[in-house]
Ligand binder design. Structure first.
Ligand code: THU
Length: 164
């Protein structure tokens, strides 16, 4: 039996103000994206912003539905827009934040598994990772160098062809 341990590489900053530009501005864009959230059921607003190589910013916010599974997370709203309309312009970084009036959020909200898998697909499409910034507007910031930090055992397409 081999007991493996996996280390995850990410940086923590006490506040968005400690980030360099253009990441500070990107976080402000994610905060702006919160206003587009349609979240009457969870009352939990999530905003995402993508910084593209050209400098363009794409926004996403969670879009809920009365038929609950029909809704979509903020990250995937932004990433699918990129895939559909901007995939020739690589993603440099993605910032994600959340707010609710229902309780105090104590630490940055980590993206769900489905969003991580979509981030992985986008990294694969552009053949390079992008930084993922999870933050609270008045709290800590976590910066991951790529989706590998979350998904070390990522499902990847070569396995469909029998390669490991
Ligand atoms: N949500 C996101 O937008 N991103 C995530 O990664 C996790 C959850 C949304 C989905 C739903 O609208 C609300 O947060 C509560 O789960």
């Amino acid at each position: 039996m081999i007991n493996h341990q996996i280390k995850i590489d990410f940086k923590e900053y006490p506040s968005v103000l400690e980030l360099s530009e253009p990441f500070q501005s990107l976080c402000n864009e994610a905060i702006k994206a919160l206003s587009g959230s349609h979240s009457p059921y969870s009352k939990f607003r999530v905003g995402a912003a993508l910084l593209l190589q050209s400098g363009k910013i794409l926004h996403g916010s969670n879009q809920e539905n009365v038929a609950y599974p029909s809704g979509l997370c903020a990250e995937r709203v932004a990433l699918f827009n990129w895939g559909a309309n901007h995939s020739g312009d690589p993603i440099v970084a993605m910032a994600v934040t959340a707010q609710t009036d229902e309780f105090e959020i104590m630490q940055p909200v980590a993206s769900c598994g489905a969003c991580l898998q979509v981030m992985a697909e986008c990294e694969k499409m552009q053949e390079k990772p992008f930084e993922i910034i999870l933050f609270l507007s008045d709290g800590p910031v976590w910066v991951m160098p790529g989706v590998d930090s979350f998904l070390p055992f990522l499902f990847f397409e070569k396995r469909l062809g029998g390669e490991s």
